[in-house]
Design a protein around this ligand. Structure first.
Ligand SMILES: O=C(O)C(=O)Cc1ccccc1
Length: 303
């Protein structure tokens, strides 16, 4: 069974439906999804990880970085668009209290200020959870910022559509499993990891970046996150182009293992956009193999 950040009607649910019609169980928080995967209650779980407007979903990044190990086995990209859903009869000028997910609030902030001056937005749960809450006759909230499908599902009236400040926003979701076999390299893959530096070492971040740069490995995301262990102690959450099965990525990971305090490997998986990296001269698998063969030759070893 699969699980997802729910309830039914979340963007995560829609992202899941773009890849499978298999039955799936909703969970009320990212943590609940990831804990259910860890406990073996579900085989895999889909959670949001990154948004093109707001950046990383910290609940996901931090849980993956610090909880018992899980690995990402695939990713899904979904364009997101928001509506304002109300109980039938409520008009725009009656809306005072709004509820939604923090990322939905962040992406509709300007619209809310311009169209609902004086309204208070409460962040919590998911966008579909917000719609479900507003649908209760005794709810203290007048409106939910959610997906059109959630408004429909919970029988809310849509009194404003396409209310995102940036019409091209895309959210990235990841499917995680317990560690086991990894997806095979496809030639268009990403690797996700968390690097913990040695404390108070000048140039420690540069050393991390050098491991990628010296092997021609491009990064697609890097974020610093507090480790929560001590004030000022940070780790780096990184996505890079390539698969652990490819020599330049293996070399990078081994290099990181040597220079970092800890490296948490969070998976190598196919890119949703299918874009293959341009591998610079000197970094292809064939060139790594040729270099290995040459070492064997000069050391007088035969294969
Ligand atoms: O709350 C949801 O529906 C989610 O799946 C999280 C989310 C919120 C806002 C944009 C994209 C994903």
């Amino acid at each position: 069974m699969l699980g997802y950040f729910g309830p039914a009607g979340t963007f995560t649910h829609q992202a899941l439906r773009t890849v499978t019609d298999a039955p799936a169980q909703p969970f009320g928080s990212v943590q609940a999804v990831l804990d259910a995967v860890r406990a073996g209650e579900i085989e895999a779980g889909l959670v949001p990880i990154e948004n093109s407007v707001e950046g990383g979903v910290t609940a996901t990044l931090d849980n993956l970085a610090s909880g018992d190990p899980l690995v990402i086995v695939s990713e899904v990209l979904l364009p997101v668009s928001f509506v304002l859903g109300v109980r039938p009869g409520t008009t725009l000028d009656q809306v005072r209290a709004v509820i939604t997910h923090p990322h939905a609030h962040a992406q509709t902030r300007d619209w809310v200020v311009a169209n609902l001056p004086g309204a208070v937005v409460t962040e919590g749960g998911s966008t579909a959870g917000a719609a479900e809450e507003v649908a209760r006759p005794d709810s203290r909230f007048d409106a939910a910022i959610c997906a059109a499908v959630a408004a429909d599902l919970y029988h809310l009236d849509v009194i404003a559509s396409d209310i995102a400040d940036n019409a091209d926003a895309v959210t990235r979701f990841v499917l995680v499993r317990r560690p086991g076999s990894l997806p095979e390299p496809t030639g268009a893959d990403k690797t996700t990891l968390v690097a913990y530096m040695h404390a108070d070492r000048a140039g420690a971040l540069l050393e991390i970046l050098q491991q990628f740069a010296m092997r021609g490995v491009n990064l697609t995301r890097i974020e610093s996150r507090p480790t929560k262990k001590a004030f000022g102690d940070y780790c780096f959450s990184i996505d890079a182009e390539g698969h652990i099965g490819e020599p330049r990525m293996r070399g990078t990971l081994k290099g990181l293992h040597r220079v970092c305090r800890t490296v948490t490997f969070l998976g190598s998986y196919p890119r949703a956009d299918g874009i293959s990296p341009k591998i610079a001269h000197g970094f292809t698998a064939a060139e790594y193999q040729a270099a290995e063969d040459w070492i064997d030759t000069v050391m007088g070893r035969t294969r």
